[in-house]
Design a protein around this ligand. Structure first.
Ligand SMILES: Cc1cc2nc3c(=O)[nH]c(=O)nc-3n(C[C@H](O)[C@H](O)[C@H](O)COP(=O)(O)OP(=O)(O)OC[C@H]3O[C@@H](n4cnc5c(N)ncnc54)[C@H](O)[C@@H]3O)c2cc1C
Length: 260
């Protein structure tokens, strides 16, 4: 799998992206026109700390229309169709273009092998056998004149695909919230770790905004984590229980060591 942030370049992110958010937020609260605010920003008459502090405020307070004004384009290659099917379920603030299995005739299809299959010799052999068979039937269909759009029906979910994804910061944070969660499917989670890495390389500020949803929420809301096997944040049941105990005066002091 390869993930590259292809646009904007780092210089553009560093010069204009926080400023764009500031512009959007400031337009809401200022008598000045957006043109005047932008001129102030470009002439460096607004201190970077002021820009930073306002964007921190709008992000923390959930005034998130302001962060829809900045977009990031990623080139994504070598991911499975199982992954891409999950990815394209995101509908808002995002655009995709994906390699077509109708127009591309695959001479040498590639596959993603899940680690759980790779770890077992027997499962790996079965996987290889199935891949070879589907490839063989695909090629036979093409020779018989079956169009690629129909021959592709024999490909497994494991076959790789390539996409371009352009997404605004609000939606990217939402997606990272879902897909960096330890309960997300492993391949898409891995992809979002790479997206985060790419973002960190151009801007640690924006990169650090890409976190599992429990981080800004302060607790985990996943039913499947009621046993708190993932300990990034406490489960909300625990938080509610502590709150109920607190309200009822039942809260006794316990050190973190006691709690474990
Ligand atoms: C761990 C996990 C397991 C999943 N399992 C399944 C599964 O088994 N089966 C399955 O079908 N899908 C599954 N999904 C996909 C999931 O149901 C969503 O379709 C997908 O995550 C897209 O997210 P979203 O709905 O937030 O849409 P986005 O397009 O990312 O939308 C962003 C936000 O905009 C708002 N929004 C978007 N569209 C509308 C609308 N039409 N009306 C009102 N508000 C809207 C919502 O607040 C939404 O959260 C799973 C996702 C995850 C993360």
């Amino acid at each position: 799998m390869q993930v590259s942030l292809i646009f904007p370049p780092a210089e553009m992110v560093q010069r204009y992206y926080k400023e764009m958010i500031y512009l959007a937020a400031r337009t809401c609260y200022s008598e000045k026109s957006p043109q005047q605010i932008w001129d102030d920003l470009l002439s460096d008459s607004v201190k970077p700390e002021k820009v930073h502090s306002l964007i921190e405020h709008v992000i923390d307070s959930g005034h998130h229309s302001t962060i829809e004004h900045i977009n990031f384009s990623f080139a994504i290659s070598g991911v499975s169709r199982a992954l891409s099917h999950q990815l394209v379920r995101h509908r808002i603030g995002i655009a995709f273009d994906q390699q077509s299995q109708r127009y591309v005739k695959y001479k040498d299809p590639l596959y993603v092998t899940p680690p759980t299959i790779e770890q077992s010799e027997e499962a790996s052999e079965e996987f290889e056998r199935f891949r070879d068979l589907s490839e063989e039937v695909y090629n036979r269909f093409l020779k018989l004149g079956v169009p690629a759009e129909d021959a592709r029906f024999v490909f497994p979910n494991a076959v790789t695909t390539n996409l371009i994804m352009t997404v605004n910061l609000r939606q990217l944070m939402h997606m990272a919230g879902l897909r960096l969660c330890t309960l997300a499917q492993w391949e898409i989670r891995q992809m979002f770790k790479l997206i985060r890495k790419e973002m960190m390389a151009v801007s640690p500020y924006f990169g650090k905004l890409l976190v599992p949803k429990c981080v800004p929420l302060g607790c985990c809301d996943e039913k499947r984590n009621e046993d708190e096997h993932c300990r990034i944040r406490p489960h909300r049941n625990t938080v509610f229980k502590v709150f109920e105990d607190y309200k009822a005066g039942r809260l006794v002091h316990a050190s973190p060591k006691d709690a474990s």
